[in-house]
Design a binder for this molecule. Structure first.
Ligand code: URA
Length: 238
């Protein structure tokens, strides 16, 4: 597929449109051995594009792991509130990234951001059984049969959840720490599942998404590109 040279260079991670336009103007880019003198030039995935004599790698899609802090919307744009896109460097702001599965504003932890619609769609499809694991703090105590109820599939007003895994990690004086693994990603799903047991979720953190685990070296608000091993999962789900 043909595309403009500036768009191609953005996808290689060289920076924003204005940054790459400046790079092109300074005659540092060649296409198949010829110096590029305009952002309008057309290239495709087979073109040999070099910057300062070094071959560039074109990435059709970008995949980022973000450790979401509280207080940010899992949206791409909002007129008043901060979104997770605001946490990214400018070179990632205009390449169509969106979250593969949203987290609530107060939920923290793993969000995969991508501009690959097929991958994002498949991770949410019940057919693909992509598991999402969370650590939750539950106010007070859970009913003794909570794990069995989750295993059978919690019945909510509008749908019945697939079987979920609930492990009690620690019971403290005023709250209980649990690990819960679900297979879908419906709106407020975990909070609603616990609410059906008359329990309140007071803290929620996503720790894994399919085979991708939250990198503990990322502080809240930090992110990185998916590594090779994580990309294997992406390829398997696509
Ligand atoms: N379930 C919820 O209730 N909230 C989230 O953010 C994610 C899953």
């Amino acid at each position: 597929m043909q595309m403009r040279l500036d768009k191609y260079l953005c996808s290689c991670g060289l920076g924003t449109r204005s940054v790459v336009k400046r790079i092109i103007k300074s005659k540092r880019v060649t296409i198949n051995g010829t110096t590029a003198d305009s952002s309008d030039l057309k290239v495709d995935e087979t073109s040999l594009v070099k910057l300062d004599g070094k071959k560039l790698e074109y990435n059709k899609y970008t995949y980022i792991m973000l450790n979401k802090p509280p207080g940010y919307l899992s949206a791409t744009k909002d007129n008043n509130k901060k979104t997770i896109i605001d946490l990214l460097e400018s070179k990632y702001q205009n390449i169509g990234l969106f979250p593969a599965g949203r987290l609530d504003k107060d939920t923290v932890g793993l969000v995969v951001l991508t501009n690959d619609g097929d991958f994002a769609h498949n991770t949410l499809s019940p057919k693909k059984h992509v598991k999402k694991a969370y650590i939750a703090h539950i106010e007070g105590n859970l009913p003794p049969d909570a794990s069995e109820i989750f295993k059978k599939g919690v019945i909510l007003k509008d749908f019945t959840c697939e079987s979920a895994d609930l492990i009690i990690e620690e019971t403290l004086s005023d709250y209980t720490i649990v690990k819960v693994t679900i297979q879908e990603g419906k709106y407020h799903q975990i909070k609603r599942m616990f609410f059906s047991l008359k329990c309140n979720v007071i803290y929620l953190k996503r720790i894994s998404f399919g085979e991708i685990e939250l990198d503990n070296s990322l502080k809240e608000g930090e992110y990185r590109l998916l590594n090779e091993k994580e990309m294997e999962f992406v390829k398997a789900v696509r």
